[in-house]
Write a protein that binds this ligand. Structure first.
Ligand code: BTN
Length: 333
């Protein structure tokens, strides 16, 4: 499929809006075309694209198109009434398709057009970014792909705590909404049954030693029913674990509120406001035998909690304690 241009994005919204406005009746392609001032063939193509994003549109152009139920599309106007935050998620910027919500948010920042709390959400990403240069599998309409723009007035060394905070908020949300038991692997992998269900990737624009602005990207596998074969046994989704479809809107709204609470507490009380709940949420926090790779070296030891900057303390076999700030953690059997 061709990438979605800004104009197509806008028109997809118009068609969906019109179908939502006529929820109980079938609307012919002809009528949609005349209401929206587009050609009939354009309407047919847009409906087909909406279907590609997981929106269930029943019917045909002649008999009429109809939505059997409200679609789980992350449209700001369907979310606005439920949003309970002061600044996080305000505004919400929705895109059907983007290369990466992180890149898009960084672009908004460099144009100077993103206030603190701006949140970019997409139905699909064509080049979703994961930690350590990996890609994030971002199937249309299946997962949550979002990025928060933050302007924290803190020193750069404290920025990783905000990323840990996003993982804690996502952990709380997923447990609350689905009842699943979620683990957090250092630094910010969300796991269910040892398999990955979500992750956080932050990117910073630093000003001298202060964080001027940062973007915090969160991906959650919500309704995926399959993954590429290379992720077999590695990734899972909320749907896969609960056996039923989950509402992305509900998860999004709950997460934004949970993150805002934690962010406020962090500014009021300092690092412990994040380190405490992170340590409660993670089975990796202490007493866990792990192996860690930071791209250069490989280290083995037993975890002894986080330091005040969110670094992982590891007691090595010779008794010395190392504090690490990045890397991939594996169990050390
Ligand atoms: C990880 O590797 O665990 C972090 C994954 C982060 C993925 C999210 S999806 C939304 C946001 N946009 C991106 O390009 N990446 C993050």
């Amino acid at each position: 499929m061709r990438p979605v241009s800004r104009q197509t994005d806008f028109q997809l919204d118009q068609v969906l809006d019109c179908l939502v406005g006529h929820m109980t009746e079938a609307v012919s392609g002809e009528r949609l075309a005349s209401e929206l001032g587009m050609s009939h063939s354009r309407i047919v193509r847009l409906v087909s694209r909406l279907r590609g994003f997981g929106v269930e549109v029943r019917g045909e152009p002649i008999s009429g198109f109809r939505l059997p139920w409200l679609p789980d599309v992350l449209l700001p106007r369907m979310i606005a009434d439920r949003l309970q935050t002061g600044s996080i998620g305000r505004p919400l910027c929705h895109l059907y398709e983007v290369d990466s919500t992180n890149l898009y948010a960084l672009g908004l920042l460099s144009e100077g057009s993103a206030v603190h709390g701006t949140t970019v959400i997409a139905e699909a990403q064509t080049a979703g970014r994961g930690r350590r240069g990996r890609t994030w599998c971002s199937a249309p309409g299946a997962g949550l792909y979002m990025t928060l723009v933050l302007r924290p007035e803190i020193s750069c060394v404290l920025a990783p705590l905000i990323t840990l905070g996003a993982a804690v908020a996502a952990h709380e949300t997923i447990e609350r909404v689905t009842g699943l038991d979620v683990d957090v692997k250092w630094p910010n992998d969300l796991l269910v049954g040892g398999r990955k269900i979500g992750g956080v990737l932050s990117e910073l624009l630093a000003e001298q030693d202060r964080v001027g602005s940062m973007v915090v990207g969160l991906g959650i596998n919500v309704n995926q029913d399959r993954f590429p074969t290379e992720l077999d046994g590695v990734a899972t989704s909320l749907r896969g674990e609960t056996g039923g479809k989950q509402s992305r809107i509900e998860i999004l709204v709950d997460f934004l509120a949970a993150f805002e609470r934690l962010y406020r507490r962090f500014h009021e009380r300092g690092p412990e406001a994040i380190i405490g709940p992170w340590s409660q949420a993670s089975s990796f926090a202490s007493g866990r035998r792990i192996e860690i790779h930071d791209g250069v070296r490989r280290m083995r030891g037993v975890t002894e909690g986080l330091n005040v900057l969110g670094g992982l303390r590891i007691r090595e076999e010779d008794g010395s304690v190392e504090e690490v700030y990045s890397g991939d953690v594996l169990d050390w059997e």
